[in-house]
Ligand binder design. Structure first.
Ligand code: NI
Length: 226
């Protein structure tokens, strides 16, 4: 399942984040790439634990916590601290799959990457190229979103970022270890939750809604890993 979530960050938060990021010193993005990804990665990143990144992490994590759609779609157990990257001057990231297990530099804690997230921090008309292309069995998904919007996609997918040929593309990217390991099961729960929310709106107080909510929670109870 690939979903886009609008307005994760407010316009003010995007402006604030960009002010911090535009003043930061960036390093070669190869530092966090695995062996295969290193060969195809040409971008800049803030190092993990960089003071600017730590400051913005709180903002992004608070924004995620207030998004019911993020919660429903990813069913997070752990969120890897958001990282930040910048593509400019032809910068790109060739086709790769994200590392399955990542360890935090600070604590060594391991996180399994089930869901990949990109939160866009540049308006699409500010740069050319820089599209995130995600492959799945239905074909290619081409993603370029307004600043403050986020895309979630299965970390199992092959994906790439096309060269940025004008301007700069600044984003936050991170991973989620979900309570539900496989994309198919997560998608099923998301669809069920979405249907329950619609029913609650269209037929408030319906006993069918109560019954379906029970099914949702009982599936979650059966499948969740903590
Ligand atoms: Ni990636």
């Amino acid at each position: 399942m690939l979903i886009t979530i609008p307005d994760i960050l407010t316009t003010e938060e995007v402006t604030q984040a960009r002010a911090v990021l535009d003043a930061a010193e960036w390093v070669d993005g190869k530092v966090t790439a695995g062996y295969q990804a290193q060969a195809v990665k040409e971008n800049l990143q803030l190092p993990e634990g960089h003071p600017a990144a730590v400051k913005l992490d709180e903002m992004v994590l608070a924004a995620l916590a207030r998004s019911p759609q993020f919660m429903s779609a990813s069913l997070p157990l752990k969120v890897f601290p958001p990282m930040f990257n910048r593509y400019t001057g032809g910068g790109h990231f060739g086709t790769h799959v994200d590392t399955a297990i990542r360890a935090l530099v600070s604590t060594g804690q391991r996180i399994r990457t089930d869901v990949s997230a990109t939160l866009f921090l540049t308006q699409p008309d500010q740069y050319d190229g820089g599209e995130l292309i995600v492959e799945d069995t239905y074909g290619l998904h081409n993603v370029k979103l307004p600043a403050g919007y986020m895309v979630l996609y299965p970390a199992t997918s092959l994906h790439r970022v096309t060269p940025v040929t004008r301007g700069a593309r600044v984003s936050s990217f991170f991973w989620i270890q979900s309570m539900i390991r496989t994309d198919g099961d997560r998608t099923l729960l998301y669809d069920l939750d979405t249907a329950i929310q619609r029913l609650a709106k269209e037929t408030p107080g319906s006993p069918i809604g109560v019954q379906l909510t029970g099914v949702y929670h009982n599936l979650l109870r059966r499948w969740a890993e903590m």
